[in-house]
Write a new protein. Structure first.
Length: 309
């Protein structure tokens, strides 16, 4: 599992989040401006007005971040570290429980030490990233555990928060899930609206749509969403890499899985709940895709405890 903070998109998103919270105006500069600190290094000109007004610039803070609930899967520890380092490179952050770890209540995930003003400026943004990412990872693990017996892949979708997809999809992998396509550029996925625009949506000509897609993008996997056995049979003629079984009964899924065996991988989709996941996995599908992992996970209750020393 590669650290999400190696991604240029992640680095840009951290900077944007800090700009949003610490944007400096009224003679102090504007977001994107920079100044040199005591080491001569250029850093953003950000402002935490309350801390600058009330907190001694030489005060030092030390503390930790931990989960208050049970079964929390850590995701975003390196993001929190990056947030703190972006505010002040001199903050020392030690990650005790790396991303993907399962922690008990009040078990320390990471510790920090640095100037109090810097910690105050960074703490909410760091927690905002971690709380959402931990929630996604924890929910993903619940689905992974529920379907482990069948070896079913748990996939995410493109139903992500705009601008935060790289974090949310990374969090899914922290929980043991697998990333589906990252965007519309790395796989051909014909959904219902594409089918309707392909020769009037004729379910008997889906194989021709697969051929056309392969001709246009020969290096990409091709996936076709189907909602009936008839459409599945049609698509299979051209042997797409994946067939998505959308909103099908488990009985029809079993029939499609049997048809697709040795030809195409199968993906079950369509509002599948945690309670139903095991039943769906038992049909033999290769994977289950779940929009809820990223659009409905909510936030995990994390606490940042610290003191001035």
């Amino acid at each position: 599992m590669k650290d999400v903070m190696l991604s240029p998109r992640a680095k840009a998103a951290v900077r944007l989040a800090l700009d949003e919270d610490l944007w400096s105006v009224d003679g102090r500069g504007a977001a994107g401006d920079s100044r040199c600190d005591a080491t001569g290094m250029s850093r953003p000109l950000w402002c935490d007005a309350t801390s600058e007004a009330l907190v001694d610039p030489d005060a030092v803070a030390t503390g930790e971040i931990y989960s208050k609930g049970t079964g929390c899967v850590v995701a975003g520890a390196t993001v929190a570290k990056a947030v703190m380092k972006a505010v002040d490179p001199k903050i020392k952050v030690t990650i005790l429980k790396p991303d993907g770890s399962v922690v008990k209540p009040k078990e320390t995930i990471l510790t920090f030490r640095g100037k109090a003003r810097s910690i105050l400026a960074a703490e909410r943004t760091a927690l905002n990233f971690m709380q959402r990412m931990c929630a996604t990872a924890t929910l993903a693990k619940k689905f992974v555990d529920a379907t482990k017996k069948y070896g079913t892949l748990i996939l995410d979708t493109r139903k992500t928060t705009p601008g935060l997809r790289v974090f949310e999809k990374y969090a899914v992998t922290c929980g043991g899930g697998t990333n589906h396509r990252m965007g519309m550029y790395d796989r051909v996925l014909m959904k219902d609206n594409h089918r309707r625009l392909w020769k009037g949506g004729d379910p008997d000509q889906l194989d021709q749509a697969v051929v056309a897609a392969r001709k246009a993008f020969p290096k990409l996997d091709v996936e076709v969403e189907v909602e009936s056995l008839r459409a599945c049979e049609s698509a299979l003629k051209a042997k797409p890499e994946w067939i998505m079984l959308d909103n099908m009964s488990c009985a029809d899924m079993k029939k499609c899985v049997k048809m697709c065996k040795g030809i195409s991988k199968t993906e079950a989709s369509g509002g599948i709940t945690l309670e139903r996941a095991k039943e769906v996995a038992a049909t033999g599908v290769t994977a289950i895709s779940l929009g809820c992992l990223t659009h409905s996970a909510g936030s995990i209750d994390l606490s940042l405890e610290w003191k001035v020393v």
